[in-house]
Design a protein. Structure first.
Length: 507
């Protein structure tokens, strides 16, 4: 018995994680191919490994004949009966081939073939194993960094993390421990390639499942994730138990849980948002901390116009539009963010240049609401409407749709004509105002004579103005004389001697 061979084969099967039967069959196949290489391809060679004793035997099957014509395929009756006494012409017997007959080259070939087939089996098993683990979290050690790509030792195999799947600004050295998710498993000439990632949303989800037991136990569900690796992420969560706050559970006491994830992601900022089935509420929460004033929803285009306070516009958009991009990706809606002033200006422009659909004659409130829900807000929308889309509105058939389009064209033409007349009238009024401004408002003279006359009038006016203060001073002086009873020393006053006149009158 040769138990060493069985033990060796068992060890190979255990290390390579393949079945013992496959290893035995691989050895038998390698021996057959090596024997055919030595003795000829037309030989019918059989190799057997006894599972109980470990004995290996190689035989060539030959046909029993009375007279041998081809030694490779035929054996004489006498030789056959030495092997099997009951052999008869036409029977097949197995002629033993000793290993000493193989030669060194045939044995080396058998060894090489066996190693190759065992490796192929191992690669196939590893491929199947890791193909079922795509999206799962895995850890390993950095084996080397090749042109920015990180080669990670996973134990039985290696994984590669391309630059596109790495977090920006992260640096690794040989021997560092690293965690990532299995992003893809690809076949190549060497067997397979396991692609790892730290930039995918699934990596963030696995970290939360690892740090938050409620998520792992499916009490809290991650509804959506939007991420820009290394910069910022938004994650929407909901709770199956009303007594559990999903946001608080993910944050943890004093932020312990989320801070552990932030450190793993190289200080990537994480916004945790409570999910809501109403798209408008969900978008409002996704744009936090900006305060939303108004939302206009367009379900047909999966689009929203969000109005925020003027001073919060930059906060809602974020640095280089990051907050708006992540909110759009998280909610699945295209989001147009506007300030209150911009929204007011847009509405004024629409009111001046677009005809509301409610102004079309013959439309009731119910039909107006149906058309507006379908995205037809203005008469211009009906003019350019697709007939198929218009007939999808409840209560509108092909005939009525054609009538609506024709009516809209007439009303839009009249509206545009009125607008044109108003603009022309406003333009004419503006030109009239300009002509008034160009007239002689200050009475500018047209000739030299008029210029001299104006100069004389101005000089006379100046002299008159200069004399007025002197008269006022004289009047003030008289008042002072009357009050003090003293005559001023001036000839201009020529006041009479009141006392002498009184004495004369008395005499």
């Amino acid at each position: 018995m040769n138990y060493d061979i069985l033990e060796t084969l068992t060890q190979i099967a255990r290390e390579k994680n393949i079945e013992l039967d496959y290893v035995v069959e691989t050895l038998e196949s390698a021996l057959v191919q090596a024997a055919k290489k030595k003795f000829g391809e037309d030989q019918n060679i059989v190799a057997k490994v006894d599972r109980a004793s470990g004995e290996i035997s190689v035989h060539v099957v030959k046909t029993v004949v009375k007279k041998v014509k081809d030694e490779n395929t035929e054996v004489s009756l006498k030789e056959a009966q030495e092997i099997d006494e009951r052999a008869e012409p036409g029977d097949e017997v197995e002629v033993y081939i000793g290993f000493e007959e193989f030669g060194r080259n045939a044995i080396a070939l058998a060894k090489q073939l066996m190693i190759q087939k065992v490796r192929e089996a191992e690669r196939e098993i590893i491929y199947e194993e890791y193909s079922q683990k795509i999206g799962e979290l895995i850890s390993g050690s950095v084996q080397q960094v090749d042109k920015g790509n990180i080669i990670v030792n996973l134990g039985r195999t290696e994984g590669i993390m391309p630059i596109s799947q790495q977090i920006s600004r992260e640096k690794y050295r040989q021997g560092d421990r690293i965690r990532a998710v299995i992003h893809d498993v690809q076949r190549n000439q060497r067997g397979h390639q396991i692609v790892l990632s730290r930039a995918q949303e699934s990596f963030l989800q696995r970290l939360f499942e690892l740090e938050v037991p409620e998520i792992f136990e499916r009490i809290i569900e991650i509804k959506a994730i939007a991420r820009e690796p290394g910069e910022r992420s938004k994650i929407a969560v909901s709770s199956a138990d009303d007594r559990i706050d999903p946001v608080g559970a993910c944050v943890g006491v004093k932020g312990v849980r989320v801070q552990s994830i932030v450190r793993e992601l190289n200080n990537e900022r994480i916004d945790i948002i409570q999910y809501h089935p109403d798209p408008e509420i969900f978008v409002t929460r996704a744009l936090s901390p900006a305060k939303v004033v108004r939302i206009d929803t367009f379900p047909e285009d999966q689009e929203m116009t969000v109005v925020v306070e003027d001073e919060k516009l930059s906060l809602a958009i974020g640095r280089q539009g990051q907050n708006a991009r992540l909110a759009s990706k998280l909610t699945g809606w295209k989001i147009n963010i506007m300030s209150e002033n911009e929204f007011s200006a847009m509405k004024r422009f629409e009111a001046e240049n677009y005809l509301p659909i409610s102004h079309l004659p013959g439309l009731g409130d119910i039909m107006i609401n149906r058309l507006m829900d379908a995205g037809f807000m203005y008469a211009q929308d009906l003019v350019n409407a697709d007939m198929e889309k218009l007939t999808e509105v409840e209560g509108i058939g092909p005939k009525k749709a054609q009538t609506l389009i024709e009516t809209a064209k007439i009303q839009v033409a009249e509206f545009e004509e009125r607008r044109r007349q108003e603009l022309e009238a406003a333009q004419a009024e503006g030109e009239t105002d300009e002509e008034y401004e160009e007239e002689d408002v200050v009475g500018e003279p047209d000739s030299e004579e008029e210029t001299s006359e104006v100069s004389d009038i101005e000089e006379a006016t100046v002299e008159h103005v200069d004399e007025q203060p002197q008269e006022e001073e004289t009047e003030e002086a008289v008042d002072e004389v009357v009050q003090e009873g003293v005559a001023p020393d001036t000839e201009e006053l020529d006041a009479p001697d009141w006392e002498e006149e009184s004495e004369k009158e008395n005499q």
